[in-house]
Every structure is written in structure tokens, then in C-alpha cells.
Ligand binder design. Structure first.
Ligand SMILES: NC(=O)c1ccc[n+]([C@@H]2O[C@H](COP(=O)([O-])OP(=O)(O)OC[C@H]3O[C@@H](n4cnc5c(N)ncnc54)[C@H](OP(=O)(O)O)[C@@H]3O)[C@@H](O)[C@H]2O)c1
Length: 338
């Protein structure tokens, strides 16, 4: 038997998630049965969409977590025992069975994707070369089709999606403005991610339009929008005619579903002929190979970096998750489990 700890969903949060929403339990795993593999997770991801799964509001693109059951989410692990023809001991695998140290799974029933690391560290496949990187890549390159010389605004720019988006936009020859909370993050945007201007939204609450105008006096052509609320309103205010928005997320609204920020300038979408596309990265999985080819090449030739905040130990996973809403993370928040 193999001991593994797992985090259960203990309580639905109202507002921001709190520590009592999580409960750690120890379980014993038998050796894998015929057709199964046993995987030891190396790294797991915490992501804002998990907050949506903590509501039980009926049908959604991601099913609601069930109380008393293990949480789940993306993880990278290594096969430690295999009774499945397609997997060998030592294989790196990507799964949706995070929030636990180890698991048994039948790959025919529960999809596991074999990972070719291509010289990258395993945790990069949860960030820059993972779904968050793909989200940035799809938003900018497939949805907005950004072009060299354009001015791009990235919100939550120092986060997982945002930090990759800033770098891709720079690689494509754009002028990049990033917004983030606090001077440490805006300094990181300028010094680590090479953006042209950084806006500390916390220092400009209620005056974000002026701050964006100051950073982009001629307006923006493209916006990768992660925050919603006042950010969306200000981005629409400074958008040039025909600007394109990839509406990736609205993290400022996830803990205030019952009293959302009233965006007051939607009428400008008509007058400025804006294109605003909401999207879910899950609809673009057919782009994964193209994305991986490009991002692994960028990583290996030093054109893109992986910015991560690492938490160590499953017991740190709830804090890592809660930190997404208080801005604890710079880049991708990952939790080391091995
Ligand atoms: N469309 C898709 O398929 C898809 C896929 C992945 C992610 N997303 C979305 O993309 C966004 C970013 O996700 P991520 O994984 O990259 O997370 P992240 O940016 O690494 O972490 C969340 C960040 O959001 C900022 N934030 C939190 N609460 C905020 C608030 N009230 N106002 C302003 N900023 C706030 C914080 O940064 P500061 O310290 O700068 O405030 C925090 O670090 C989220 O909206 C997420 O839902 C969408």
C-alpha cells in the first residue's frame, strides 16, 4: 500500500475562500489493478476557475465540486507503477488529478496525457507551457490576431496568463502595457517581463481610465482582459476604433457574484466598433501541439521565461489557491508535492 494525502472540499465559500473550505485526509492506495497506473504527483496547479467550481449554480463549463469529495485540478506527475500497456514507470504525465499526492487511474477511463518535457522542467507544463500559457497564446494570436507595432493592454499582467501574454506580445513586436496590484508587481513587469509601461491599479482605484490613458496616450489596439469590473470599463474607455479584446476572465468579480461591478460604458462597443471575444481555452485544445512547438522553442532559446511562485507541500495548496484572490502570486502559482 502507498500512503497519499488528499485535499477534500469541506465548505462552499461565500465571498473569498477561507482555510475551513479545505480538509486534508490520508488515504492508502493499493498497487495498481490491471489496466491502471499509479502516479506520484510532482506539481499541482491552483487556478481561479476553481473558485467557480465551488459554487453550485447548476450547469456550467466546469462541474461543481462536491462537498466531502477530493478537489481536482491540473497536475504533472510521474508513473511509479504501471499495469497499463501504454505507460511505463518513469513516464511524465499530465492529469486532472491534482490536490493529492498520488493516485491510481485507468488511462482508458481517466485521461492521462504523456508529457515530452523537451528540456523544460515539469512544472513549466502547468504554467508557461501549460494551459495558462496556451490561454495567453490563443487569446492574443488566435483571437485578436495582434500585429507588430500595435499597443496591447494586458490586465492581471503579473499573473500566470498575464506574464506569458506580456512576453508573447513583446516577442511579436508590440508595445505592451501591463496592469497589476502594487509596486513590487509593477516593477517585476518592467524589469522581468520587459513591458513598456506598468500601471499599479491599486494606486489608481476609481481613476484607472486616466492611468491607462497616461500609459497609452494614443489608445490601445488589443486587450487581453483577465480582471473585469473597473479594468474592463477603463480598457473600453481607452480602446481605439476597431480594437480587439480577448476576454479571458474577470477575476475581480468571482467573489462578488451577487453584486457585480456595473460596467457603465458598454455602449462604446458599438460606437468604437470593438470586437470583444469571450473564450474558454478548453475549446482550443486542437492548438496544443502548435502552441507547444512554439513555446518550447522560445523557452529553450531564452526568448520566454517561466515566472512562478512555488509553494511546497500539499498542506500549502489551500494558501496557494486563496492567494490568487489576494494577489500573493507572481506568475504561475504551483505547489510542489514530491
Ligand atoms: N478563458 C479561459 O479559458 C481562462 C483560462 C485560464 C485563466 N483564465 C482567467 O484568466 C485570469 C487570470 O488567471 P491566472 O490563472 O493567470 O491567475 P493569476 O493571474 O496568476 O492570479 C490571479 C491574479 O489576479 C489578480 N487579482 C485577483 N483579484 C483581483 C481583483 N479583485 N482585482 C484585480 N486583480 C485581481 C491578482 O494579481 P494582482 O496582484 O495584480 O492583483 C492575482 O495574482 C482569471 O480571470 C482566470 O479566470 C481564463
Amino acid at each position: 500500500m502507498t500512503a497519499s494525502r488528499v485535499v477534500l472540499f469541506a465548505k462552499r465559500p461565500t465571498g473569498a475562500p477561507t482555510a475551513d473550505c479545505f480538509e486534508m485526509r490520508e488515504v492508502e492506495l493499493p498497487p495498481p489493478a490491471k489496466g491502471e497506473v499509479q502516479v506520484r504527483n510532482l506539481w499541482m496547479s491552483v487556478d481561479p476557475y476553481m473558485r467557480g467550481r465551488m459554487f453550485d449554480l447548476g450547469p456550467s463549463y466546469a462541474s461543481a465540486f462536491k462537498l466531502g469529495e477530493p478537489l481536482s485540478g491540473r497536475a504533472v506527475g510521474q508513473v511509479v507503477a504501471s499495469k497499463s500497456a501504454g505507460f511505463q514507470e518513469g513516464d511524465f504525465v499530465f492529469s486532472d488529478l491534482g490536490w493529492r499526492e498520488a493516485f491510481n487511474a485507468d488511462p482508458e477511463v481517466h485521461p492521462l496525457r504523456k508529457l515530452n518535457l523537451r528540456g523544460l522542467p515539469p512544472e513549466a507544463f502547468l504554467g508557461v507551457a501549460g494551459i495558462t500559457g496556451l490561454t495567453a497564446w490563443v487569446g492574443l494570436l488566435k483571437l485578436t490576431g495582434l500585429r507588430a507595432g500595435e499597443t496591447v493592454l494586458v490586465t492581471a499582467a503579473a499573473g500566470a496568463v498575464g506574464s506569458v501574454a506580456c512576453q508573447i506580445a513583446k516577442l511579436k513586436g508590440c508595445k505592451v502595457i501591463g496592469s497589476a496590484g502594487g509596486p513590487t508587481k509593477t516593477q517585476a513587469l518592467l524589469e522581468q517581463l520587459g513591458v513598456d509601461a506598468a500601471v499599479d491599479y491599486q494606486a489608481h482605484s476609481g481613476r484607472l481610465t486616466e492611468a491607462f490613458q497616461h500609459a497609452a496616450p494614443d489608445g490601445i489596439d488589443v486587450c487581453l482582459e483577465n480582471v473585469g469590473g473597473e479594468h474592463l470599463e477603463a480598457a473600453i474607455n481607452v480602446a481605439r476604433r476597431y480594437a480587439r479584446f480577448a476576454l479571458c476572465g474577470m477575476i475581480s468579480q468571482y467573489n462578488r457574484i451577487s453584486e457585480p461591478y456595473p460596467v457603465r460604458n458598454l455602449i462604446m462597443i458599438c460606437g468604437k466598433e470593438l470586437r470583444i471575444d469571450g473564450y474558454l481555452v478548453g475549446s482550443y485544445e486542437d492548438c496544443l501541439d502548435e502552441f507547444l512547438d512554439e513555446v518550447c522553442q522560445w523557452y529553450n532559446n531564452g526568448s520566454i521565461r517561466s515566472v512562478e511562485t512555488k509553494f511546497l507541500g500539499l498542506e500549502e495548496a489551500p494558501a496557494a489557491f486563496m492567494g490568487l484572490f489576494s494577489g500573493e502570486n507572481l506568475g504561475k502559482a504551483v505547489v510542489g508535492l514530491a
